[in-house]
Design a protein around this ligand. Structure first.
Ligand SMILES: *Cc1c(COP(=O)(O)O)cnc(C)c1O
Length: 401
């Protein structure tokens, strides 16, 4: 047996006064959670079905299927695309590790391509050279809510007859310009888009995920897989006037979302336009507050993209030590996170197979030189001023607190 590494527990005596994020929930979500609790139907029932309909309508997708989280959504998306053992999937290392892990869950090998330094997203120019005989799919990530260059990525995928799957974990409410019109991420523009409702994302159900697709056969497949491959859903058997025996035509998983989560999600969805509007206003205000700081690089937004600003990630001036800046800010009560991780640098991927088509220089540089600032819908201007002041102070290297 291999020794199991311990999880590190860090004790915090005084939590920072400005957290990196804070979910926006109140009595409305609490009240919504009462409905399924008191109804007698608490998992994958009417609330989940309603949440799926409302989510599909919001992004403009023909189908939406709710699952337990975005990692399981990615697993099912890749499986539907035909990804299996020995296959390769082109993706980025510069992402939360779940992106690469979902490929490994299929027994396939991630092939990492580098990112564009501005948007932190997959560089479309580099994808083609990474495609090989065993490539089975392309998995792009709308990193931190910033849409990928889907027009170019879809073109590469179509040219090679490869399915394009969008890891849209962070991109609920983000938009791209398509033929002169703004469309939501998740329509989908690729073949399948996967979303997360983890509290670190823009709206939350605690945990939860959603798959959107235009293909009815894939949507049916997701519904089978998420409930143990069962031919007849519980809701249908419950409502039937005749006895029904279910069958299990395929082996599946338990990737269900509960009705308690879905009821909360429906309330969160109502708040989404206001959440995104506030986040955009706060991102614009960060740009004003920090625009003149020498050497600090702010995140650009391409003219064809509208981010939901799930994260606001800045590049530190070259002379700065990332950890020291973050510690100084924490000492002033401001929580930050370092730039997005690179899966290939983690101990887990010493053991796991992966391949890189070229050096991942921009991915590594982004992780090492950028930090993520606090941003949440309820953030006050005073809090934002305090973050900006803490950052400027920490960059300048003054030690007085
Ligand atoms: C958060 C995140 C995930 C995982 O989402 P879960 O719902 O926690 O499984 C996957 N990909 C990206 C890019 C993420 O940010």
């Amino acid at each position: 047996m291999l020794p199991v590494p311990e999880q590190v527990e860090t004790r915090t005596e005084r939590p920072p006064s400005i957290p990196i994020t804070r979910p926006w929930m109140d009595e409305r979500e609490a009240e919504a959670a009462r409905r399924p609790i008191l109804s007698g139907w608490i998992t994958q029932g009417p609330e989940v079905a309603a949440f799926e309909r409302e989510f599909a309508a919001m992004v403009g997708a023909p189908h939406a299927c709710a699952v337990s989280n975005c990692t399981t959504a990615l697993h099912l998306a890749l499986k539907a695309a035909g990804v299996g053992p020995g296959d390769e999937v082109i993706t980025v290392s510069h992402s939360f590790i779940a992106t690469a892990n979902s490929i490994r869950m299929c027994g396939a090998v991630p092939v990492f391509v580098d990112i564009e330094p501005g948007t932190f997203n997959m560089a479309p120019d580099l994808v083609e050279s990474a495609i090989g005989e065993r490539t089975r799919a392309i998995l792009c990530v709308h990193q931190m809510g910033m849409p990928c260059d889907l027009e170019r990525l879809v073109a590469v995928a179509r040219r090679h007859s490869l399915p394009l799957i969008e890891d849209a974990a962070c991109a609920i409410g983000s938009e791209i310009l398509v033929n002169g019109r703004w469309e939501k991420i998740g329509k989908p523009h690729g073949d399948i888009a996967c979303f997360s409702f983890h509290p670190r994302k823009v709206i939350t159900t605690g945990d939860g995920g959603m798959l959107t697709t235009a293909r009815p056969e894939w949507d049916r497949q997701f519904r089978l897989w998420r409930q143990h491959g069962m031919s007849v859903p519980d809701t249908v058997r419950h409502a039937a006037r005749e006895v029904i025996f279910e069958t299990y035509p395929v082996s599946g998983f338990n990737y269900r979302m509960t009705d308690v989560q879905a009821a909360i999600g429906r309330e969160q969805l109502k708040r989404l336009p206001e959440i995104v509007e506030r986040r955009r206003a706060l991102a614009a205000r960060y740009a004003e507050l920090l625009g003149g700081v020498p050497g600090l690089v702010l995140p650009p937004e391409p003219s064809w993209a509208r981010s939901n600003w799930q994260s606001f990630c800045v590049r530190l001036p070259e002379h700065c030590d990332q950890r020291r800046v973050m510690q100084r800010m924490l000492d002033r009560g401001v929580s930050t996170r370092r730039g997005i991780m690179c899966a290939h640098r983690e101990p887990a991927y010493v053991a796991e197979p992966w391949r890189a088509a070229h050096p991942l220089r921009e991915s590594e540089r982004a992780q090492d030189t950028s930090i993520i600032l606090p941003l949440f819908a309820q953030m006050t201007h005073a809090e934002q001023d305090a973050v900006a002041a803490a950052l400027i102070h920490s960059i300048e290297g003054k030690h007085a607190v």
